[in-house]
Write a protein that binds this ligand. Structure first.
Ligand code: ADP
Ligand code: MG
Length: 469
């Protein structure tokens, strides 16, 4: 008898093997290309388990969903291909577990929260599942509905404090979606026009009353899609556009949207979505909306109910932020008109699935050309390689590659964005991005004019101590 995972593994290896049922073994080349192979421990594990015939007998393969403890349970949210795991005691965290959740969850806290269940049926086991079975994640906990943020706060709040440096027990999250308050001077505009290729602002929005993707039912997921479709239908002017159901997109349409960075990625076995149960019934009730100019976009039922995105070519951040605010307000009004509201509270701002995306949930990024910094990345000197990271960190910015997190900077293009999401308002975060990116560009110019990296570092230190005064 196979566990669900092994059955999947066998099926993906070969339909025939699954039908054979009995004792079967696999050769490395038959399984290497499957994502499951990597969750199971990849080459290292394969070598450990293989016999003299270079094959691994499947009964030796442990279900990765159970390898850190727990048992499959009769959860009403289960589907034919995904079963939630219940933990009767603290999971066996290993040195592979990188998440803050795995550090925060002590045996005492586990016992304290173990029997708590939200009215929509989300439990502590549900909340930690993705962090347990996907050990490399940084946060490692999810919420399955709005109520969870209060019920499991003894788990979430320390995670939030560690990740954002924000204390929800004493602080209040400001909200400010007033684009006219941005200070984007002629000097800023000149720098941005010269160096910035494109600008994007995104944030998460969720509809109150419906469970979140990690804990949702088919009914709630469809309900969310309906509320959002109605909201999109109500958009007018430059925001007017079309909603595409993910399941009905052709392969060409999907490729077109993904190449332009418009569409979310299909869930893999190694991301938060799958382990949290948020990829159940994929691709049903998922979709993407965009306006005719493809400058206002919305994702439906991926990690959050909705991710709103405003983007355009060039560096006109005021235009991108104004459109973002319009989209955010239109969604809020439309939800209210339909008798619902967005998930929001004073302590945590906009609520969603992952503790890393609370508050404003806002990431404002520019795709910026930085050839001189990029050249330093090839340097032998470790400090010089790190210079862009260092400059960005000094202004609370985060550099990414040209195709999203952990990608390379193709053509010396970097995605530079605000790092914080909580404790500051939308206007404040976008302003910090404008001011910080202007500094980064100024440093880029100095480097390209021949200033040595060591001198730049001194200048950065001086600038920081000036700010500290
Ligand atoms: P997020 O989690 O904020 O959505 P990711 O790092 O996952 O960001 O990137 C999502 C996609 O958006 C990627 O394809 C990335 O290249 C694209 N992207 C991010 N910032 C910009 C920008 N300023 N201009 C154009 N595309 C961008
Ligand atoms: Mg992302």
């Amino acid at each position: 008898m196979y566990t669900i995972y092994q059955a999947l593994f066998v099926q993906s290896t070969s339909g025939q093997l699954a039908e054979m049922g009995g004792a079967v073994s696999v050769h490395k080349h038959e399984v290497q290309k499957f994502p499951q192979y990597h969750i199971l421990g990849g080459d290292e594990k394969f070598h450990e388990l293989k016999g003299e015939d270079e094959r691994v007998e499947l009964h030796k393969v442990q279900d990765p969903y159970l390898q850190y403890g727990g048992r499959y349970c009769d959860d009403p949210k289960n589907t034919s291909s995904f079963h939630y795991v219940e933990y009767d005691e603290l999971p066996n965290f290993t040195s592979q577990h990188k998440s803050i959740m795995s550090k925060v969850l002590t045996p005492d806290l586990f016992r304290q929260l173990q029997n708590i269940k939200s009215s929509k049926g989300y439990t502590l086991s549900n909340a930690i599942l993705t962090g347990v079975v996907t050990p490399h994640l940084g946060v490692g906990a999810t919420a399955g509905d709005e109520e969870c943020w209060e019920l499991f706060k003894d788990l979430y709040y320390p995670i939030i404090k560690e990740w954002h440096g924000y204390d929800p027990t004493t602080q209040i999250q400001p909200i400010d979606l007033e684009p006219s308050k941005l200070r984007f001077t002629d000097e800023h505009r000149k720098l941005f026009n010269e160096f910035v290729v494109s600008t994007r602002i995104r944030a998460a929005r969720n509809i109150s009353g419906y469970s979140l993707p990690a804990g949702t039912t088919d009914e709630d997921r469809a309900g969310v899609e309906k509320v959002l479709k109605d909201a999109f239908n109500g958009l007018d002017g430059e925001l007017q556009g079309t909603y595409y159901e993910l399941g009905s997109l052709s392969a060409e349409q999907t490729a077109f949207l993904q190449e332009r960075g418009f569409l979310f990625q299909i869930p893999s076995s190694r991301n938060l979505l799958t382990g949290a149960g948020a990829a159940r019934s994929w691709p049903n009730n998922r979709g993407i909306f965009h306006n005719d100019a493809q400058t206002a976009l919305a994702w439906v039922n991926e990690e959050d109910h909705c991710r709103i995105i405003s983007m355009e070519l060039g560096g006109d951040i005021t235009s991108v932020f104004a459109r973002f605010c319009k989209l955010s307000n239109a969604l809020k009004e439309s939800a209210e008109k339909n008798g619902t509201k967005l998930m929001w509270n004073e302590k945590l701002g906009f609520l969603g699935t992952c503790p890393s995306n609370l508050g404003t949930g806002l990431r404002a990024s520019v795709m910026v050309r930085l050839p001189a910094f990029n050249k330093l990345m090839e340097s032998e000197n470790h400090e010089d390689k790190q210079l862009l990271e260092e400059v960005c960190a000094a202004y609370d910015l985060q550099p990414r590659g040209s195709a999203g997190e952990h990608s390379a900077a193709v053509g010396a293009k970097f995605d530079v964005s605000n790092k914080q999401r909580l404790g500051l308002s939308e206007v404040q975060l976008v302003q910090k991005m404008i001011d910080g990116v202007s500094k980064v560009i100024t440093y880029e110019k100095l480097l390209s004019e021949g200033t040595p990296p060591a001198d730049l570092r001194k200048k950065l230190e001086a600038d920081m101590s000036k700010r500290a005064l």
